[in-house]
Design a binder for this molecule. Structure first.
Ligand SMILES: Cc1cc2nc3c(=O)[nH]c(=O)nc-3n(C[C@H](O)[C@H](O)[C@H](O)COP(=O)(O)OP(=O)(O)OC[C@H]3O[C@@H](n4cnc5c(N)ncnc54)[C@H](O)[C@@H]3O)c2cc1C
Length: 670
């Protein structure tokens, strides 16, 4: 091992689940008894007859290393993408199982569909959920760590319930059904903890981009905190600096930015320069809607490359992309500078409710919306975990061996990829749907009265051959943004405390956003309160180049994620934390206890116009034709389509709403 790697602690004995590496595994021909199937069976301890999830000790939340879309979860689907079909019944075994509903996809949307179906049909409704990952929840995934006899949980994907007051009816109802009291948002989140320890946001400038490694913490005293989001990653001076020339200037002087770049940034925040002066407000808004914030900076402001480098990942973990893909109007609304020079009140473009919204009304669980998924599963299969409220869900120990029991009306089958879904007969009149899935290398068939496809739109055409051509094309247009959400367990956070930061925006670095876990307190769980305690650090990577069409960037980002080994992620984590926190006494070799990298190659859902390279959230005035997801989600006989792609919105409430719509479509037809 190289000396540098040793110093970083690359040889330290933390668990590494990288057996199959991050590289896309090529699978050809029948999956039965292929080396991949054997490898997966060995990995999961499957005998082939009993699935991995039935084995004692099966508890995926504690797995670390490469998670999210983990090795073993996506290979079968990619095999279909590459042309392999599973439509010959001779290649699969009929299990003889008969259901009222089969749901493909165990994310929030699929679980919500199962919940609404059961609510409508009754507790005896027989439901099977097949999920290709080794855990349920989709993006809403739990990462669980144990250190010094203590359990620490963090979110692997979905963060929180944002603006619950804005949830549509079905989503509101589901939260109520689960007993989720959103009014507790302010109570469970200790908004004073980090500030009481004089910890703030900061910016980390890295040597490769800015010439030296330097962490610049903001001054104490967050102003206008109500307007900020929980993703705060910027010093208050910049977030709220518009007009406060002295504060912004003082902050910039501590950065390694050149004098020219400092002047440009100061001018943007507090200067008197005006932009688009010859335009009316309406015309200005029309221009800003049609360009990205980076285009605003480069084309209208005339910013230098250094300034563009400084800004481009601002709010990356929230938006899921760089500012080259964020509309200028949205970026200005999220606090990026420029509105003053434009003479525009961009906030007034939002509804009065959103103008009033405070991030303190967002409800956080320590494992993010994995708690929602866990509550749904516990409601559907009560014997899987004790308890019955939002207050006991965090510590509730789930017995995965009870997820897929013959005697339970609802079954959840993990590590199972649906590969073929068809009606037994003419879709217009058939009474049955047949669903074939591959689990542990074996293809099996079940029958059902109905099926909800709560997976990704892009995969549905490969699974459902009955889908008409036009709809197939529409489904294929859905894309999702790739991103990486990492949790690093450290033995303490004294270095953060000493440096006076709890989070940092890192323009130019491998991970663009870093923060300590949210300070949360529930009846059965509390996150770390003092810097001496172990804690999880969240690190986000947006794997986009910033160049070219959005769809191309997303595709390249997906490949990057699947082709990056855990070792590379680990080295980058150790290097970045080491460089950023060195002056606080952080030693990556000593302080890091575990790493979980959640890759989400199919992350945020959105609508995309391939002809104009436009993303749906750029514009509220898309024509019905442009909204390809409306055509894509049409019911085909007894098969309905849920999942957040069907609403082209990467939000929990959209996933729930689509699950509700899909079950309604099926039940209204029967
Ligand atoms: C990092 C991250 C952070 C986020 N933060 C927030 C947040 O703070 N608040 C918020 O509201 N939303 C957030 N979102 C968005 C939110 O998580 C999603 O909108 C929502 O959870 C999507 O649910 P879904 O069921 O539609 O899709 P998914 O969660 O993707 O679930 C679909 C499931 O179907 C499975 N599947 C696919 N194909 C098959 C197949 N052939 N057979 C079997 N299974 C299959 C997939 O593997 C997946 O598990 C976040 C998303 C990400 C990625």
């Amino acid at each position: 091992m190289r000396r540098r790697d040793r110093q970083l602690g690359m040889g330290r004995d933390i668990t590494r689940r990288d057996f199959l590496s991050g590289v896309n595994i090529a699978v050809t021909g029948s999956l039965l008894a292929t080396p991949l199937a054997q490898a997966l069976a060995a990995l999961d301890g499957s005998s082939g007859e009993h699935s991995a999830q039935m084995q004692p000790g099966y508890y995926p939340p504690t797995r670390d290393g490469l998670r999210g879309s983990h090795p073993g979860s996506f290979e079968v689907a990619h095999q279909m993408r590459d042309g392999v079909r599973f439509d010959n019944p001779a290649d699969s075994t009929d299990t003889g199982e008969q259901y009222d509903l089969v749901v493909v996809g165990g994310g929030i949307s699929g679980l919500a569909a199962a919940h609404f179906f059961q609510k409508e049909v009754g507790p005896d409704a027989r439901i099977l959920i097949v999920e290709n990952h080794d855990d349920f929840g989709g993006h809403a995934k739990r990462n669980e760590f144990h250190s010094g006899g203590r359990m620490l949980v963090d979110l692997g994907g979905t963060e929180y319930i944002e603006a619950p007051w804005s949830f549509p009816n079905a989503a509101k109802t589901l939260l109520q059904d689960m007993g989720i009291d959103v009014s507790l948002a302010r109570k469970v989140f200790d908004h004073d903890l980090y500030s009481s320890l004089k910890m703030r946001s900061g910016i980390f400038f890295d040597e490769a981009t800015f010439g030296e490694n330097r962490l610049v913490a903001g001054d104490p005293g967050i102003r206008h905190a109500e307007q900020q989001t929980a993703y705060v990653t910027l010093p208050a001076e910049l977030e709220n600096g518009i007009g406060d020339r002295e504060a912004v200037s003082a902050f910039l002087e501590r950065t390694p930015l050149s004098n020219g770049a400092r002047d440009e940034i100061l001018q943007l925040f507090c200067g008197d320069r005006e932009y688009l002066t010859a335009y009316s407000d309406e015309e200005k808004l029309a221009v800003l809607k049609s360009i990205s914030y980076m285009e605003f900076l480069s084309g209208i402001v005339g910013a230098s490359q250094e300034v563009l480098d400084f800004f481009w990942m601002w709010r990356g973990s929230y938006m899921g992309n760089g500012l080259d893909l964020t509309p200028a109007t949205a970026a200005l609304r999220y606090g990026l500078p420029g509105s003053a020079g434009l003479g525009l009140d961009v906030q007034s473009q939002r509804s009065p409710e959103w103008q009033q919204h405070s991030y303190k009304e967002d409800l956080h669980f320590p494992d993010g919306n994995a708690s929602v998924a866990r509550m749904l599963v516990r409601r559907l299969i009560p014997e899987v975990a004790p308890g019955n409220s939002m207050h006991d869900i965090i510590s509730a120990k789930f017995d995965y061996a009870r997820l897929d029991r013959k005697d339970s009306p609802v079954r959840l089958r993990l590590n199972a990829t649906a590969v073929h879904v068809r009606h037994l007969g003419d879709p217009a009149t058939a009474k049955q749907v047949e669903v074939t899935y591959v689990q542990d290398g074996n293809a099996r068939r079940v029958r059902s009265r109905y099926c909800v496809m709560a997976c990704y739109n892009s995969v549905i055409p490969y699974i459902c051959p009955e889908i008409p051509d036009g709809q197939r094309t529409a489904l294929g247009k859905s894309i999702r943004m790739p991103l990486v959400s990492t949790n690093v367990l450290v033995s303490n956070w004294k270095s953060f405390h000493k440096l006076g930061i709890f989070s940092a925006y890192c323009p130019g670095s491998y991970f663009s956003d870093i923060r300590l876990t949210y300070p949360l307190q529930f009846a059965d769980y509390s996150s770390a309160r003092t810097p001496e305690e172990p804690i999880t650090i969240k690190m986000y990577r947006i794997p986009l180049s910033g160049e070219g069409h959005a769809a191309e960037q997303f595709r390249a980002g997906r490949y990057e994620l699947l082709g990056t080994s855990f070792e590379k992620f680990e080295r980058n984590i150790r290097q970045q934390l080491g460089a950023m926190l060195a002056e606080g006494g952080f030693d990556p070799a000593r302080d890091i206890e575990a790493i979980t990298v959640n890759r989400w190659p199919h992350g945020y859902a959105l609508g995309y116009d391939h002809e104009n390279d436009q993303m749906s959230y750029w514009s509220e005035d898309w024509t019905e034709d442009q909204k390809h997801w409306l055509k894509g989600r049409q019911r085909i006989g007894r098969i309905a389509i849920a999942n957040s792609d069907a609403g082209a919105r990467a939000m929990t409430e959209a996933a729930i709403e689509e699950g509700f719509r899909a079950t309604r479509e099926l039940l209204n037809e029967s």
